[in-house]
Write a protein that binds this ligand. Sequence first.
Ligand SMILES: O=C(O)CCC(=O)C(=O)O
Ligand SMILES: [Fe+2]
Length: 267
Amino acid sequence: MNTKSRKYYEQRIDSNQGCVKLPTKTIPKGYPKNLTQKDFTVSDKSDFSSIIRNLEKYGVCVVPNFIEKSSCKEALKEIQPKFYRYDSWNGSPFPKETTVVTRSVLHSSTILEKIVSDPLFGGVAEKFLNERNYFMAGKVLKEYTCGIQLNSGIVYKVGPGAADQGYHREDYVHHTVHQSRNTFKHGEETMLGLGVAFTDMSKENGATRFIVGSHLWGPYDACGSFDKEMEFYIEAKEGDAVLFLGSVYHAASANHTSKDRIAGFFL
Ligand SMILES: O=C(O)CCC(=O)C(=O)O
Ligand SMILES: [Fe+2]
């Protein structure tokens, strides 16, 4: 059995409470003073090199106008009958006000063609995820390459009154354990996320919030204790996207409005 993270945590667990004591994380060196969302936003989806640079530096990059607003509406129409929730969730992983469409690419040709097949998603994935390795095939050693594999295509409808979701990394699903670093190192990411706003989103209606720079955190770095200048509730208009590494801590936030906040995550 693979038990990579146990050796880090077991010696730090307070046996009475099952708590782990970890140091406070400060903003990484080389970040602008008074960091704003603008610092990790590109003006246009064609600015490929800035998108890559932002992902390396911040773990996150906001891409305005990723798809047309009409495509958002079309996608929502296609998936509308497929929203569901399980009673057993009861707050985790999703608040009781949240319903989801899983495997949304199977229910929406718009999501398949206009979002996950977008050349930007594939192009960025190629930079961060591509693998080239040797494996035995029978008696012959062969070189194989591998690009992005879609793990999940889920659309969240976060209803009024929904509470905060807890911070997490999307690549937990692969049990990826990251080492603490001062600067980004290629070759260790196992997931690339593409979040698309199907409705406008803001702090008020429960935007996805990110800890910018947390892709550099190792196993001792706590999302309970960090410099709040690193925390961003992503302001996005319908059709805007956020690209993010599977290693960056993020979560859905509380919806304080009377309307649903809808976003899709493709990973
Ligand atoms: O709803 C969102 O904005 C993000 C949800 C999320 O991160 C998750 O469920 O993994
Ligand atoms: Fe997530």
